[in-house]
Write a protein that binds this ligand. Sequence first.
Ligand SMILES: Cc1cc2nc3c(=O)[nH]c(=O)nc-3n(C[C@H](O)[C@H](O)[C@H](O)COP(=O)(O)O)c2cc1C
Length: 187
Amino acid sequence: MTAPSDPPADRMNILIGISGGIACYKVATLVSRLAQTGHDVTCAMTDSATRFVTPLTFETLSGNTVYTSLWQHGRYSYAQHIELARWADRVLVAPATANIIAKVTHGICDDLLSTILCAVPQSTPRFAAPAMNADMLANPAVQKNISALQDELGYTLIGPDSGWQACRTSGAGRMSEPDELYDTITK
Ligand SMILES: Cc1cc2nc3c(=O)[nH]c(=O)nc-3n(C[C@H](O)[C@H](O)[C@H](O)COP(=O)(O)O)c2cc1C
């Protein structure tokens, strides 16, 4: 039997914000790899995301509580959205839906994930992996918000790639693969 690896010298607290796209299942692979390589991973999921993959999956793979509600208090005694935002050395939103991107770029805080993302210090490296149907991606409002996420808020965008989509066509908007997400956020 192989023991879990010792924490790497560059061990980080990594917050994964999971919003409600079909690509949620790919994030399970990423969370598992981050945990296997000794990083401390915590996931926060939107209500929509929990319809695609259960919090139990991410809880089991990360070994940490999964946060799904503003009103749930796990390891924190108060204002967990602030504590989680401060705890993170790096933040990745994956998949990043058109909806969460719109909320982040407009400062909307109406659920746990959007509130955490608003509270993350600007100095924290933040990444987003947009994922959506090609026509949603081509929508000018979505394009504007994705540009603002990068240019005005300082997020590093990962993808999206082109390829097969769950809507059974090929096009732009496919979420980048877990290995690319891993390599980019742990660099
Ligand atoms: C089967 C299914 C797949 C979806 N996939 C995506 C997706 O890949 N990207 C996206 O932006 N929205 C997708 N949506 C729509 C979002 O779930 C919806 O906009 C939701 O309000 C997003 O909420 P959230 O950003 O709080 O997670 C999908 C919806 C369904 C029912």
